[in-house]
Design a protein around this ligand. Structure first.
Ligand code: ZN
Length: 395
């Protein structure tokens, strides 16, 4: 097949099938009258999962880990309605190509042709223009589809898998409950002497038993004992388990002892962007984004990939918070604005939707008394369970 590309053809073909990982050795963008065409040349067929992201418009192609042998990091200038692209490893098992679109476009056709040359396969993606609302709809659907297709939730720790058959593992939603503080860090201390670290641990255990009555859920606690756990360990644990949701639970203390009620925090856009920048600068970023091998990527690509993951995650986190608020209100007094945004470090797992639940105030005697009761813990657990159900199955 022939392509008339107006610009930007990169071809540094190095075709060897000796490696275990597939190779992509060419990526081209072509502008045509009726479509914009992307062409990827690779040494074999690859399973591609496309999805779309908004603000700005992007087409993302996820695929099993590949070796990019493309001697370019993107476009020098826009080609048709494609203003740029990036590629790289996204996590241990996933490689990713991100295509920037200057207007909403979706895939019109996607096909792979074998035997284009001696040992290559050609992936062709034709994009067509659509309205913003069509793009939004397609984006939501494609993200959902990708989520379902993602690596099944397998536990890396043997003791966590022992009770479950491999079939069930795939179906279960993995919820990480993170009891804040612990060990040398007591957290807040109540007016009547309650330690936050103990309260949140016992509450987390109730959450686990209530939520796991539904066999669709597996709840893993970040700590099961009174031990200190660095924030990064809490996050990396949820990454390790490929968790579906992360809920950190706390019971705050403030100087105004009259204040009571629950608040849900998610990460704010601003804090996230700053964090994304800081993350990329840190030497030990691989610790934070467990399994994300960025050592061979440029700093810029690193930034972009973290930003990409975090934006998507923040939307999901806010969505869960939004669904949880009305459920919480049924069982607990909440703030007038019960959903707030803040830069809690523990919410910064780049690709696990995360919320922080302040259940109430230990600085308020009524809250303190209430929070300690078993009945309250169970009611709270049940409301979270209903929030989870809504989040994972909107119908
Ligand atoms: Zn706390």
């Amino acid at each position: 097949m022939t392509l008339t590309c107006v610009a930007s053809s990169f071809s540094w073909a190095q075709k060897t099938l000796s490696n275990a990982e597939p190779e992509i050795f060419n990526l081209r963008v072509g502008a045509h009258a009726d479509k914009t065409r992307l062409v990827l040349d690779m040494d074999r067929k690859i399973d591609i999962t496309p999805f779309y992201l908004l603000d700005p418009y992007r087409l993302v192609l996820d695929m099993p880990k590949v070796r990019f042998k493309i001697n370019s990091t993107g476009l020098v200038r826009p080609v048709g309605d494609v203003s740029g692209y990036r590629f790289g490893l996204f996590d241990t098992n996933t490689s990713r190509v991100v295509v920037d679109l200057s207007k909403p476009m979706v895939i019109k056709k996607l096909f792979q042709l074998s035997g284009v040359s001696n040992s290559s396969t050609r992936l062709v993606i034709d994009l067509k223009s659509v309205s913003k609302s069509v793009f939004q709809t397609k984006s939501a659907a494609s993200i959902q589809k990708r989520q379902k297709k993602r690596t099944p939730n397998t536990f890396s720790e043997a003791n966590l898998t022992s009770n479950y058959s491999s079939k069930k593992k795939v179906d279960k939603k993995i919820i990480i409950i993170d009891p804040g503080h612990g060990g040398v860090d007591p957290g807040a201390i109540g007016r009547a002497g309650t330690y936050e670290k103990n309260l949140v641990l016992s509450t987390a255990q109730v959450f686990k038993s209530v939520i796991e009555k539904d066999r669709g859920y597996k709840v893993v606690l970040t700590r099961t004992r009174d031990q200190f756990l660095p924030l990064r360990k809490r996050i990396s644990r949820s990454k390790l388990l490929n968790a579906d949701l992360f809920i950190s639970i706390h019971a705050d203390s403030i100087s105004n002892s009259a204040v009571r009620g629950a608040t849900i925090y998610t990460l704010s856009e601003t804090a996230s962007d700053k964090e994304a920048a800081q993350l990329a600068e840190r030497e030990n970023k691989v610790d934070i984004i467990s399994g994300m091998d960025l050592s061979e990527e440029t700093k810029e690509v690193t930034n972009i990939l973290i930003d990409l993951a975090q934006r998507e995650t923040m939307n999901q986190s806010a969505k869960f918070a939004g669904l949880l608020v009305p459920e919480l209100r049924k069982v607990i007094k909440t703030h007038r604005r019960p959903h707030k945004f803040a830069g809690f470090a523990v919410l910064k797992a780049p690709d696990v939707p995360s919320i922080l639940l302040e259940m109430g105030y230990l600085s308020n005697l009524n809250d303190e008394r209430l929070l300690k009761t078993d009945g309250f813990k169970k009611r709270l657990a049940a409301s979270i369970k209903r929030g989870l159900d809504k989040y994972f199955d909107p119908n």
